[in-house]
Each structure stands twice: as structure tokens, then as C-alpha cells.
Design a protein around this ligand. Structure first.
Ligand SMILES: [Mn+2]
Length: 412
């Protein structure tokens, strides 16, 4: 007799009074070759990477930090922590890159990290002045090697950290001039400028710094939930306004501005009107969803590069769903998943860039450093992509009007 109270025997459990469920057979795939997985190919690729720079760093650490205690088996460990290890120790620069106190030396490096601690352009909750230090701190989690890309930044490029721009906390316009001066110096040196914000108001002076070193035309790919292109906000050039002023520059036309991820309930109508008047290019999250990541990137690149000589990436961390990035000034649900954002920004960087800014990380609102970590990841993924696609240094060709900024007098 059937027991109506017994569950249907669909999950393979033995039920009293009923026969045991049949044993399901495992299906083997005789043609499956694990060596064809990207996972294995990446493992093989690692063997091709050099390790000379790592060996040199270990020697340098012993020279700088003294040889370690006799009891240590690993004789490469110094007494004072120097360089990458241990990850929890040290005076953090970004990715433990050398700190360039003398900024006239920045041109000796392929890329330079520039902190821009400024939140005077913030219109809601502040805190991005602490962004650069938060990214530097959490960047200590990373090694310079990426398994899937098969790149080792330490072996394949040179990176430095020039520290922070001296911003003027109570004055946006003076800060803008300071930022432009700093970025123009780094761009003129030949090093690729990588800016850590700071709120999004810095987008304008950063682009201006690069644009004034070149007669060439610059396109921008802007990842954001917000359109950021109105002329003024609260009577000033706040973080809602960078692209109005950047696309006023003669060699940064609005038709080469590509805005990806725009949408939600925080887009001011004044900005939308300007975007329409200036004929920018706007992809909503739904556009990205319907096109797919590869097609979105392909079209974004086509628009940004049309008759342009270089492309600048502006990555606002709030383009990612706020569930992943609580530490930001204007959080908004419905943005990118982290994996989508990383894939898109890499696809754009693969064609080469003349600069990258990552903005709007506000550490006071962050949890477990996750917002700063994702922002850090955007930077290292872009660097890895530039290396793996042979595009590191590709921006140098456009710098035909380098600037020279005087130093102070020599000191004894
Ligand atoms: Mn934003």
C-alpha cells in the first residue's frame, strides 16, 4: 500500500517500505582533455615567464634590509622587510612599487601611480580623500603575477608610485590646477599616468593634463552609473561635471566620449541635456546586457577611437552594483557585477590607453576594504592587459608637446 506521507523518492533517499532508488551512473567523457582547459594552458604559460626581476629584488632586499637570522632556512629573507614580502608588512606604496620622492625621475618607469586625495567636489557623502591610501594599503594583497593572463608585472614592466598630488582641500579650482600640472609632468616624462582618486571632479584636470601635452585627439571611455556632464552643480565644478569641461578642450571632442553603465535614479537631467546636445555615446546596463561584454567593448572602442589617436579610461567604482562597493559617495544598485566590470575594462585597455583614473572610493563607508580592493583590481587588470597585449608604452607617440615644470633650488 502506498504511503501518502512519504516524500516522492526523487532524491535517492531510502524510504521505508519502498525499494531503494536506482544507483545513478556517472557519465564519463572519454574525449575530455584537461590539457585544453585555459586552466592548464595558464599553468604552462607560467613556465615561460622570467624571474630575473624577482631574484634582483631579493638581493636588493638583503642589501637594504640586512641578511636575516642564522636560524632561517630561507637565506633570501632579510632582517627588515623590504620589497613585496611579507604582504602584511612594510610602508605601503601601490603594489609595493618604488616610491619616487624625486618626481623628476618618473620617466624611468613605464607607468606611475599618482594619488589624488580630494573630495571637495563631492555632493553627498565625502571621504574619497582617503581613497589613494586605502588602495595602496589593500594592494599589498596582490602579487605582481596573474595566473589567467600569464603575466608578471615585476618581470615585464616597471612601475613606480609618485605619491600624492598636493591638493587644496577648500578650493576646487586651485586643486584642478595642481592636478593638471602633476599629470602633465608625468605624461610628458613618458610614464603612463595611473590616477587614484579622489572624487570624480578630478576627471577634468587629469584629462587636461594629458591633453595639453599633445596636439593629438583623445577619446574617453567612462564607466559610471552617472552621466557627470553638467556644467556646474551647487554653483561649482563638482564631481558631477568633469566631462562638460573635459570635452570643452579642443582635442577631447564629446563625440569620442563613451559612457558605459549609465542609468538608475541618480542621473541629473541637466547632464542628460548636455549629453544630448554634445552627442556623446551612452550605453545603459541594459545595452550592455543585450549586446554582451565583447560586443559592448567593440562598439565602445569603435566610438572612442573614431578619428582619435589615444583613449583615456575613467573608471568610477560606483559603476559596479553597490552591493559590491559600499565604500563610495553615491552608491546605486543595478550596476556591473565585478567580473563584468573587470572584463569590460580589460577589453577596452587591450587597444592601449593614454591614462587611467579610478575614482570615488570612499574608505570611511567601506566594509573590509572590498571597495578599495575592487578598485585596485581594476588598475592591476589594466596593467596586466597592457602588458599581455604589448600596449605598455603605446601612448608615448602622442606626446608631442611635453611640458617642463621647474624644480625648486638644490638643497645641501
Ligand atoms: Mn558615479
Amino acid at each position: 500500500m502506498r504511503n501518502f506521507f512519504a516524500p516522492k523518492n526523487t532524491r535517492g533517499h531510502r524510504v521505508a517500505g519502498q525499494p531503494a532508488a536506482p544507483v545513478t551512473t556517472r557519465h564519463h567523457h572519454p574525449n575530455f582533455d584537461k590539457l585544453q582547459l585555459r586552466g592548464w594552458k595558464s599553468a604552462e604559460k607560467e613556465a615561460l615567464l622570467p624571474s630575473a626581476a624577482w631574484e634582483k629584488e631579493k638581493q636588493w632586499a638583503l642589501r637594504m634590509g640586512l641578511t636575516g637570522s642564522d636560524c632561517l632556512t630561507d637565506k633570501s629573507i632579510p632582517t627588515f622587510a623590504r620589497g613585496e614580502l611579507p604582504h602584511y608588512a612594510g610602508i605601503n606604496t601601490f603594489l609595493k612599487a618604488p616610491y619616487i620622492e624625486d618626481v623628476t625621475q618618473v620617466g624611468a618607469y613605464d607607468a606611475a601611480i599618482i594619488g589624488i586625495p580630494f573630495d571637495g567636489g563631492t555632493t553627498y557623502r565625502p571621504g574619497t580623500r582617503f581613497g589613494p591610501q586605502a588602495l595602496r594599503k589593500i594592494s599589498a594583497l596582490y602579487t605582481p603575477y596573474n595566473y589567467e593572463m600569464g603575466v608578471d608585472l615585476r618581470e615585464q614592466m616597471t612601475l613606480c608610485d609618485v605619491g600624492d598630488v598636493f591638493t587644496i582641500p577648500a578650493n576646487i579650482e586651485k586643486t584642478f590646477d595642481q592636478i593638471t600640472r602633476a599629470i602633465s609632468h608625468v605624461a610628458s616624462s613618458g610614464a603612463l599616468p595611473i590616477m587614484i582618486g579622489g572624487d570624480h571632479s578630478i576627471g577634468f584636470p587629469c584629462v587636461r593634463g594629458i591633453a595639453q601635452c599633445t596636439s593629438k585627439r583623445i577619446g574617453i571611455v567612462h564607466f559610471d552609473r552617472h552621466i557627470d556632464i553638467q556644467e556646474k552643480d551647487l554653483d561649482e565644478r563638482m564631481h558631477t561635471t568633469p566631462w562638460f569641461h573635459a570635452t570643452d578642450l579642443i582635442n577631447v571632442p564629446a563625440v569620442n566620449l563613451v559612457q558605459v553603465g549609465i542609468g538608475g535614479w541618480q542621473v541629473p537631467r541637466e547632464g542628460v541635456e548636455v549629453a544630448r546636445q554634445r552627442n556623446t555615446n551612452i550605453f545603459t546596463m541594459r545595452d550592455v546586457e543585450e549586446l554582451g561584454l565583447a560586443e559592448t567593448a567593440a562598439r565602445a572602442l569603435e566610438l572612442a577611437w573614431k578619428d582619435a589617436d589615444a583613449v583615456y579610461i575613467s573608471f568610477d567604482i560606483d559603476s559596479v552594483d553597490c552591493g559590491f562597493v559600499p565604500g563610495t559617495g553615491w552608491p546605486e544598485p543595478g550596476g556591473f557585477l565585478p567580473r563584468e566590470a573587470l572584463e569590460l575594462v580589460s577589453l577596452v585597455a587591450a587597444e592601449g590607453i593614454c591614462g587611467l583614473e579610478v575614482v570615488e572610493v570612499s574608505p570611511p563607508y567601506d566594509c573590509s576594504d572590498i571597495t578599495a580592493l575592487l578598485a585596485t583590481r581594476v588598475i592591476v587588470d589594466v596593467l596586466g592587459t597592457l602588458v599581455s597585449h604589448g600596449k605598455m608604452g603605446s601612448h608615448k607617440g602622442i606626446i608631442d608637446k611635453p611640458v617642463t615644470i621647474p624644480t625648486g633650488p638644490d638643497v645641501e
